[in-house]
Design a binder for this molecule. Structure first.
Ligand code: AMP
Ligand code: ZN
Ligand code: FE
Ligand code: FE
Length: 286
């Protein structure tokens, strides 16, 4: 377990998806926080990689990654889940095609969500949501911004309550089969870590039997230390990782002011970090 901060934070979001700092601001903030390693993991995109790399302060290592919207079809209805992909070749055609497809699905789902809200007389527009996304991957936090602007909720957390985006106005999007995603990232030279696998307060979670299958299919790690895990859930994920020979990570899942968690709030141990890096061959840490 990594109760001692190590300065290695492997899960953050920028304006390339639903964070509020630009990629350049994010790497600067990471260095200012005293982090040694930060991973940029925007939802279903590598669009922030170049700007983050160009602005990386000396002394900060950047891990280039993404957080992939996946689905497990072994339950009915299928369960959505997130995989962190790291250090893969961003020019890999098969992986790129799937990320492009999921980003398009985000746009479709976002517009439909706005239609649903408007049909109920709620004064939000697709144009403003696209404005909040500002060219990045469109996500529910951008719709949350519109609900805040309309004075209907106080903050992002309230926008995810069941009566809003958490349930009533929650639509599925066309995600990537989780086994296909593990293989795509591996084939592109990267490694995958299952993000917040026990975050039950956000929605349904998958059984450990799926994690056993994913480990056999090439998953490299489990994100154990995360704000959405209780202490018991963290301990469970650490145990499972040890049993299955998976790397256990800890990360903030920083989203700027869209969430309250701070950079470096959770960190990954040095040995775990080195295992991830040595298992990857797509692009190096920089
Ligand atoms: P999406 O990727 O569009 O389905 O939206 C998921 C994103 O919404 C997550 O990555 C978080 O940034 C945010 N999110 C999900 N659940 C919550 C919640 N309960 N409170 C605040 N933000 C949330
Ligand atoms: Zn997010
Ligand atoms: Fe996530
Ligand atoms: Fe995330």
């Amino acid at each position: 377990m990594t109760d001692t901060p190590t300065g290695i934070d492997l899960h953050t979001h920028s304006t390339a998806s639903d964070g509020t700092l630009s990629p350049a601001e994010l790497v600067q903030a990471a260095a200012a926080e005293g982090l040694r390693v930060v991973a940029l993991t925007d939802h279903d995109t590598t669009a922030g990689w170049a700007a983050a790399a160009a602005s990386r302060p000396a002394g900060l290592t950047l891990i280039r990654g993404t957080e992939i919207s996946c689905r497990w079809y072994g339950a009915e209805p299928a369960v959505p889940l997130h995989l962190l992909g790291y250090l893969f070749d961003p020019t890999d055609r098969a992986l790129r095609a799937e990320l492009d497809r999921v980003r398009a699905a985000r746009t479709v789902r976002g517009e439909r969500t706005v239609d649903l809200l408007r049909a109920d007389g709620i004064d939000v527009t697709w144009a403003e949501v696209l404005g909040y996304a500002a060219g990045g991957s469109v996500g529910r936090p951008h719709i949350a911004q519109a609900l805040i602007r309309a004075g209907l909720v106080a903050d992002t957390t309230e926008a995810f309550a069941p009566r809003w985006l958490g349930e009533r106005y929650r639509l599925p999007k066309d995600d990537i089969d989780v086994f296909a995603a593990v293989k795509l990232v591996r084939d592109a030279g990267g490694v995958t870590v299952f993000a917040h696998p026990r975050a039950s307060r956000r929605g349904r979670i998958v059984p450990d039997s799926l994690i056993v299958e994913l480990a056999a299919a090439g998953l490299t790690g489990l994100e154990a230390d995360h704000t959405d895990h209780s202490p018991a859930e963290r301990a469970h994920v650490h145990r499972l990782a040890a049993e299955l020979g998976l790397v256990a990570t800890g990360s903030s899942d920083f989203h700027g002011s869209h969430k309250t968690v701070q950079l470096g709030a959770w960190t990954t141990g040095v040995a775990a970090y080195e295992r991830l890096v040595s298992a990857a061959s797509g692009v190096p840490p920089i």
